[in-house]
Design a protein around this ligand. Sequence first.
Ligand code: SAH
Length: 339
Amino acid sequence: MKKNIKDFTLEELQQCFLEMGEKKFRALQCFAWLQQGVESFHEMTNLSKELRQKLEDTFFVSVPKVKKKQIARDGTIKYLFENHDGTLIETVIMEYKHGISACISTQVGCNMGCRFCASTIGGKERDLTAGEILDQLIFASKDMGRRISNVVLMGIGEPLDNYENVIRFLKNVNQKSGLNIGYRHISLSTCGLVDKIEKLAGEQMPITLSISLHSTNNADRSSIMPVNRKYPIEVLLRTCREYTARTKRRISFEYTLIRGVNDDKPHARELAGLLRGMLCHVNLIPVNAVKETGLKRPTREAVEMFQQELLKNGINATVRRELGTDIDAACGQLRKNNQ
Ligand code: SAH
């Protein structure tokens, strides 16, 4: 069976080329073509015909297939991609003042079971490969004819539940000869897989780590996020403190505000108490509609009050801009069967 050449890191590709009796810099040329979105080895015109044939015999080039493209009133774009095995994923492109931001998926579905999130409905079908994660960016960038400046691993899936492939993807997307997206322009969001957060701290990748916290005590958190039964809040926050101590990076905490569940003043104070003294930032997300959950958004006043209470208590907090809601492209609305 031929392997998808985009699943290899640049280093691995260089090794393959050496083993094939080719010069190392040829691997770099090939890598650059792939990231520009070529669909076959024949388009790699600075490689000899013989080499192109050899590559063709050994590897294949994945070509993303768009099943649907939607554009929201605010300009946000959502792609529904079909993988080679027929599975589906979604990718969202948002425009900010500082450039284009892409929200990408890391798995087909998700096994984490968070009550408020559409991506976990029906569970996980499989992990995406490093090449499939990258393809979302290669395709979107080519389709728009614009450079993507920021990437958030906040689409479908739990990135740290697909650790190896995500790390390979991160290495490739950061390459100068590729999409050249700096680690500081990449955010990875996790529901809190503590063992993998510890591992990530050792990778020397200065990305931004985002933690989906959403609750201030274990009883509440376990009732909406099953992962909390394995890694309770105190363990998660201890790991976050260690992560910051090792990486010197500020952590971002996501807190989804759900009306009548976690959106009142005592919750805001409790949250401030939990995070006191940490190098961190809180991103408040009024819960987005997912028809299966029945959860309600807080009023605008409640969101404002919650933010003010955090600020008063010395915790940096912003409210996440809501984009693409009319095409179900906002946080928690992506799903593998949005057809
Ligand atoms: N699995 C990772 C990556 C998903 S990121 C994680 O859990 O962090 C998507 C973010 O949107 C997470 O913070 C998630 O908790 C949040 N989210 C999920 N459903 C939501 C909803 N209905 N409204 C608002 N935010 C939601």
